[in-house]
Design a protein around this ligand. Structure first.
Ligand code: PLP
Length: 369
């Protein structure tokens, strides 16, 4: 392993390939795979991840907002790209850059259809989302007749896929709720296809859905966090490989005498002599205030060192008393078995939040094992 000399996010592309094939092995041979690369591909690197997924054989990509899809097109990504939460102000650009919008309400349908017509589109691919219980985005099941009648009056757009999203796919205590959502989705998509005279591709499972509801794959599944090596299930996590490791180095060591304090507001004080290390990453790199105060650990030469005091904008301080280390030594914030999920859990957070928080200031480095 190369010696590092600044804060980096190391991304292991072999681990990505491993996770991709792990997930693919859970699918029927003809189930399509959509890779979710929104939010800079969960804080990793959107363009690199999209390129790798294209090479690995993903069938589709999804981003949250149009701007993210534009970045992918600028980088030469050719796969179809679903925009999960498109904003009307971006509809022109969505069409210009061959992005495909989620159409989730009557208003969004009308506004997108108008732009597609005005730009002389024929059968522009759209994705119709139904709300089956998450109550976030989506048509109600009662909107089917309205959608069908609109579709029968225009040739500007055509439904490529119909989809929904589970509210609690990772929580087996909510199995009955999830099965109810799946049943509703099955009915509403059949009702829709009966009314429009063709069968769009159907998809409703995210990573945890793939693992817990294999019977509900329909024609496609959508995975984001699984590609990054997390499954929301500690047993399955053992079979996946976290792809991202956040690493940094020790900038400076301090001897802190009894009753001295460390950091802003003197939030850490000790009644005995301690050795502390200052690390070059802080709020602006994604380390939230909740990680201070001594409950969260990082790893210095394999030993656990708590983050002490208040997190600063650009730095954190850790307690390395009793750990053999020197200035310049590498520190693992999270990665591998010291997973982002475990790191996040120390502060009541989850892998999704800490991964997407790693800011663009942190250099991304790609490795293969
Ligand atoms: C983010 C997102 C996903 C991916 O979920 P994971 O749990 O990361 O696999 C799938 N579908 C929708 C609608 C999403 O917003």
């Amino acid at each position: 392993m190369n010696k590092i000399s600044e804060t980096i996010l190391e991304i292991n592309l072999d681990a990505l390939a491993h996770n991709f094939s792990f997930l693919k092995n859970k699918l029927k041979a003809n189930t399509l795979f959509l890779g979710v690369v929104k939010a800079f591909a969960y804080g990793s690197d959107m363009v690199t991840m999209a390129k790798e997924l294209e090479l690995l054989g993903a069938d589709y990509l999804a981003v949250a907002y149009a701007k993210e899809g534009v970045l992918l097109r600028d980088a030469g990504i050719r796969l179809p790209i679903l925009v999960l939460h498109p904003q009307p102000i971006n509809f022109q650009e969505i069409i210009d850059r061959c992005l495909e919008p989620n159409i989730y309400s009557r208003k969004i349908f009308e506004e997108f259809e108008a732009v597609a017509s005005q730009k002389n589109q024929k059968h522009y691919p759209i994705h119709v989302k139904f709300n089956t219980g998450l109550n976030r985005l989506g048509f109600t099941v009662k909107d089917v007749d309205w959608i069908a009648s609109q579709l029968n009056q225009t040739t500007a757009v055509k439904i490529k896929t119909v989809f929904s999203h589970l509210a609690a796919s990772e929580d087996l205590n909510e199995k009955a709720y999830s099965l109810g959502q799946i049943e509703t989705f099955k009915k509403v998509s059949k009702n829709l296809s009966d009314n429009i005279g063709y069968q769009p591709i159907r998809h409703t499972l995210n990573t945890s859905g793939i693992l817990n509801y294999p019977e509900a794959q329909f024609e496609m599944v959508r995975s984001g966090i699984g590609l990054h090596g997390y499954s929301n299930d500690s047993k399955i996590d053992l079979e996946l490989k976290p792809i991202a490791s956040l690493k940094t180095i020790i900038s400076q060591l301090h001897k802190v005498e009894a009753n001295e304090s460390v950091g802003y507001n003197r939030a850490f004080t000790s009644n005995e002599r301690r050795i502390t290390a200052t690390l070059p990453l802080g709020h602006a790199d994604g380390i939230g205030r909740q990680y201070g105060g001594g409950n969260t650990y990082v790893f210095v030469n394999g030993a656990k060192a708590p983050i002490i005091g208040n997190v600063c904008m650009d730095m954190i301080m850790i307690d390395v008393t009793g750990i053999t280390c020197k200035e310049g030594d590498e520190v693992l914030i999270f990665g591998g078995k010291a997973s982002a999920e475990k790191f996040a859990n120390t502060a009541n957070s989850i892998s999704y939040e800490i991964l997407t928080a790693v800011s663009q200031r942190v250099k991304r480095i790609f490795v293969k094992t």
